[in-house]
Structure formats: C-alpha cells, structure tokens
Write a protein that binds this ligand. Structure first.
Ligand SMILES: [Zn+2]
Length: 423
C-alpha cells in the first residue's frame, strides 16, 4: 500500500477558498477497520539516505535539523541514522528510505513536497520516501519546517488543523521550525517513551449533533493561555480520545473541518467524511483542572442546532491603524510589546456585527473594529509579558461563534517579525 501525503502552499484570500484540520495518526481502513500505521520498535534508528541534489540545494544541516526536531521531543522514542548521501537516488520501493528531489513532478499543482509510506495489512511501515520539489527553495517557504512536516508523515502522522503546528497542511515563509505541543503530543503518543496514560491526562468524550455522533470533528484542548495543546478527530461514532496531555487547566471545544483544513486534507478514514456545519462549542462543564495519570471521561460537546455561516479562514497583520493586510490561512506572529492591526476573514462576516478575540491573556484589543468586504480588523496590544506560544482566535457574530485554532503565534520580544509571504 502506498498512500501519499502532500504539503501544499499557503492559500491566499485571493485564491479559491482553501480548506483547514489536528495532528492525528495516518489511519486507513484495513479489513474494514480503521488502522493507524507505525514503524515497529525494531525499525529504530530509522536509516535514511539523502540525494546529493537535496544537499546541494538545501544544505545537509537543514535536512539533519528537520529529522532532529522529532528525535528531540522529550516523551517520544524516535531515532534516525543518516545512511549517507546518494547521487541520483530515486523515490520508489527499494528498501531504502530516501529524501530526493522531485524534478517538476508537482509543477503548477501547488504542492512542494510529498511523502510516500509503504505498510502491510497490520499497519506496520517498512519504507518511506520523501520527495521535495525544487521550488521549495525559491524563498517563499521555510525549508526546514517543510522537511520537518514530511518527516512527520514518514513517522506516521497525518495533518493537524492547528495553524501553528508543523503538521498543518499549508506552509509559508514565516512558518516556525518549533514543533507545537500538538505535534509533540501526537508523536509521543505514537512512539511513547513512557506510558501516556500515566505521563499525562487522558480526555475521552463525544461530539454530538442533530443526528447523533459527529464524524471528523476537530476536538481541541486549550490551556489557560489560549494555547491549543492537544487535538483529536472524532471517529465514525463521534467519539474522541486525547492522551498524554500535560497537567494543567483546559477547556475543550469542537469545531467542524470546514476550512482552512477540511477532510480532503487527510489521508485514509477521515478523507471522505462529510462536513457538518456547526458553531464552535465548548464541552459542557467548563474548564477542567487535570492531573497526569487520570482519565477525564464522558466529555460531551453538543453541537446540535441550526447550521451556521460564520467560518473564519484567514488572518493577517499590518502596522497599527493601517489596513494593508495580506490575509492567509497560515498563522501570524505577534511580538510582546507590539501594537498591531489584526484582520480576520472568512465566510459569514457581517459588517458592524462580527468581532473576534485572541485567546491569550496578554493580547488585548485597543481600538474599535473596522469592516471590509469579508474581513474585520482592529488594533491589538501585545503585553510585554504575554505568554509565548500558539493561541486560538475566537470570532463572534450574533449568536454564532467560530474558531481559527492556533491562528496566532506569540514569540519572544527579541525575535524579528517577517512579513507573510504573498504568492
Ligand atoms: Zn502533509
């Protein structure tokens, strides 16, 4: 079996509406049962060969750092072994895991990298090849982050709907090479160094709608800082499980996969889910203070009600009190101490009515909202002590609410800000 996993370029507002999705495992129907793929313990350290042309174009250290990002996750038992540089190496099932150039394979298709996994009927992976389009080097993308993303697929991860995560399916120049908590928890659960039911908390529950369990809803646990720490997708019965969640205080919400990440961004079992429109809903019962080693079950997110139209898909920043926005479906970076104009756009945005907030206690709105055709913007002040990390943006319109999960990244104040790539 030979599924492939694409990394697409960031979609612009001007482009056709692009879908959005959580790091879940690559899961395929085998003998009718959803089966997640994995490397067996004996496969580690996983050996990989790199095509000389990849080294020439991107540098050996870029490739090594991309693999090392995953081995550095504290709770994950992942290791790699460089198997040398190979001239003229080609992708294909040959017993060698390889990183090669794709030679215009993806020309004009909007894809810049792809990973192919081979696995047996039990889901055990025997080989994986990464192919990179030469256009990845054209300056519009963060090359290391893009290769990290493909290494995530090589290891058996599917995409994430968290915009700041490495497993988010779209990339831009300002993408961070830091793994998000969602990436780290996903890989630590796949190759645990410690039993995740003991090293973290477990959340179990169900997302229900008008006709019972909702399939392929994205469930997100956010901490006190508004950071999406862990995500999951619901199964065919609407059930979800999150494991290895660090001790802390969390609120849990569910959102539909209705863009920017959609079911079509996933492989296997979630791919053909039909999207049910529902407002972002928080789990009954409010915030939970959780401890490692405990199970928090029977969490119910009730999404039933009328279909909604509000659906944020794009975000952008501009100098305070200006409106020179380039809206993307990729995360924006905010710097502590900064006052900046933030714009949010998407479907169902209504002039004079739609508003939004950044769920980080250090980010406060300091102007009225202004309205454009399909987006709304305001000035926001980022406190000098704003908690660093990813944060979810929550939009409101009338009685509807909807999230863009991890749409903002707050960095340390010593990090320079770069404009989001426009292309
Ligand atoms: Zn991908």
């Amino acid at each position: 079996m030979r599924p492939i996993h694409w990394l697409a370029v960031a979609a612009l507002v001007a482009a056709a509406a692009s879908p959005a999705a959580a790091a879940v495992r690559l899961t395929y129907a085998m003998d009718g049962a959803p089966t997640a793929v994995f490397w067996p313990p004996s496969a580690f350290p996983i050996a990989y060969a790199v095509d000389q042309r990849v080294i020439d174009k991107f540098g050996v250290s870029t490739v090594e750092r991309a693999f090392d990002a995953w081995t550095a996750v504290p709770g994950a038992n992942v290791s790699f072994k460089a198997a040398g540089v190979v001239s003229g190496s080609r992708a294909g099932k040959d017993g060698v895991n390889s990183v090669t150039l794709a030679d215009d394979l993806f020309k004009n298709q909007g894809f810049i990298a792809v990973t192919t996994n081979w696995y047996d009927g039990s889901g055990e992976i025997s080989e994986a090849d990464i192919q990179i389009d030469p256009s990845l080097g054209n300056g519009n993308y963060n090359v290391q982050e893009a290769i990290e993303h493909e290494v995530g697929h090589l290891l058996g991860l599917d995409h994430s709907g968290v915009l700041t995560s490495v497993m988010y399916p779209y990339i831009c120049k300002t993408a961070s090479t830091d793994l998000d908590p969602d990436d780290e928890i996903a890989i630590a659960n796949l190759y645990p160094k410690h039993d995740p039911t003991l090293s973290g908390a477990t959340f179990e529950g169900q997302v229900v709608g008008n006709s019972g369990g909702v399939f392929a809803a994205q469930v997100v646990a956010i901490d006190d800082d508004g950071q999406p720490v862990a995500t999951a997708l619901t199964d065919a019965g609407g059930d979800f499980t999150m494991q290895g969640v660090p001790a802390g205080k969390y609120r849990i919400y569910a959102e539909p996969l209705d863009g920017p990440v959609q079911p079509g961004n996933f492989a296997g079992v979630w791919r053909n889910a039909s999207v049910t429109s529902f407002p972002t809903q928080f789990a009954d019962g409010g915030a939970l203070q959780v401890d490692a080693g405990k199970v928090y079950g029977n969490l119910v997110v009730n999404t039933s009600g009328a279909p909604v139209t509000l659906n944020p898909k794009w975000i952008g920043t501009a100098p305070a009190s200006t409106a020179d926005f380039s809206l993307n479906s990729t995360a924006v970076t905010l710097v502590p101490g900064q006052t900046v104009a933030v714009a949010l756009g998407g479907d169902g945005f209504t002039g004079g009515m739609t508003t939004f907030e950044v769920l980080n206690p250090g980010v406060q709105r300091v102007s009225d909202f202004h309205y454009a055709s399909n987006f709304v913007y305001a000035n926001f002040r980022v406190a000098a002590n704003a908690p660093a990390g990813s944060a979810t943006v929550l939009a409101h319109s009338g009685n509807e609410s909807a999230t863009l999960t991890g749409a903002v990244r707050i960095v340390g104040s010593d990090v320079g800000r770069t404009r989001v790539a426009s292309r």
